[in-house]
Design a protein around this ligand. Structure first.
Ligand code: NAD
Ligand code: KPL
Length: 303
């Protein structure tokens, strides 16, 4: 069955190239005729892995192409997920499967609620990729992909295709726990790296701030029915800070490059969940206010 990929950015291209390399049928869905023309000019996708560039002439099409979609990897930013899916919704067959590869929480439910006749799988990824140029992707960090469906623990039959494509993955019946845990890690680290303008390792100079945020995030996870995601959160945050000390967080990179952040699906989602549960999280709220002010000062979107 064909893998349609909507969102031919860093992770979408990384998945597309590896699936195509394994001989699996892949089609990219590009936003508009201009993007399609630029893609045809480039002649395909280039994957750069361990310094080696490989070219893949993966077929591409427009959203309004008149063929059904049975399996779709949605690999755009969280804030684009709903509008991107809307462009191909009519092509999705009943029972089609979508892999939602977005960071944070909130966008997956926005998409799933609009598609009651399809199956939405949530993906949490720790792989790293970036685009040095259009239709080129650098595989920058080995990682793992966890896939799961919060409403159905039955794993799909095609996971062996990911195996064939050497896409590190695992079926995860507790995918929400994974996504909440990653969200908590991101909330404890990313905004502070932006506000202190530092690499992740720079947060070792702000131990009290990190500890206070972890305490509030732990309480929030408990209140949201995610006790497993709260376990040893502070220890893991400290471990991630030291393991990624030399890196800039994804949010820091977004702000430094003047790109929209996924704040609404990370810290914004956490603060909204706290409010829903009437949980007092003054430090998270203050962090959100400081971050929003910081983004506003730079003319960046606040959502
Ligand atoms: P990206 O910005 O590189 O790629 C997203 C692509 O989606 C872009 O090419 C954009 O043009 C396209 N897109 C958006 N709306 C579209 C539409 N309507 N039609 C067609 N294309 C559309 O993003 P990314 O880095 O691949 O990240 C995707 C998600 O994965 C994000 O939530 C991110 O936080 C998460 N993530 C990324 C990495 C990484 O290393 N890049 C690692 C882990 C998680
Ligand atoms: O996922 C991350 C990010 O930068 O988005 C880490 C490295 C865990 C920091 O929060």
């Amino acid at each position: 069955m064909t893998w349609h990929i909507l969102g031919a950015g860093s992770l979408g291209s990384l998945w597309a190239a590896r699936l195509a390399r394994a001989g699996l049928p892949v089609r990219l869905i590009l936003r508009n005729p201009q993007r399609l023309e630029a893609y045809h000019q480039a002649g395909g996708l280039t994957l750069i892995e361990a310094g080696l560039a490989q070219h893949y002439a993966i077929p591409a099409e427009l959203p309004q192409t008149d063929t059904p979609i049975h399996r779709l990897l949605l690999a755009c930013k969280a804030y684009d997920a709903q509008s991107a899916v809307a462009t191909i919704a009519e092509r999705l067959t009943p029972g089609a499967e979508l892999l939602l590869l977005q960071n944070g929480l909130g966008s997956q439910d926005e998409v799933a609620q609009r598609l009651p006749r399809q199956r939405c799988l949530f993906v949490s990824s720790t792989e790293g990729a970036f685009r040095p140029a259009d239709f080129q992707v650098v595989f920058a960090g080995n990682g793992h992909n966890w896939l799961g469906d919060p409403s159905d623990p039955q794993q799909p039959t095609w996971l062996d295709e990911l195996q064939r494509a050497a896409i590190a993955h695992q079926w995860s019946p507790d995918i929400l726990t994974r996504l909440w845990r990653k969200l908590a890690l991101n909330c404890a680290i990313n905004p502070l790296t932006v506000l202190h303008d530092c690499r992740n390792g720079g947060l070792t100079e702000h131990p009290a701030e990190v500890a206070t945020l972890c305490a509030e995030l732990g309480e929030l996870l408990q209140r949201c029915g995610q006790p497993a995601a709260a376990e040893n959160l502070h220890e893991e945050v400290q471990r991630v800070i030291s393991a990624t000390a030399a890196n800039y967080s994804s949010m820091h990179q977004d702000v430094a490059q003047g790109r929209r952040t996924e704040i609404s699906y990370l810290l914004g989602y956490a603060c909204a969940a706290a409010q829903r549960h009437q949980l007092h999280v003054p430090h998270l709220q203050h962090l959100q206010q400081r971050l929003l002010r910081h983004l506003d000062d730079r003319g960046l979107p606040l959502n």
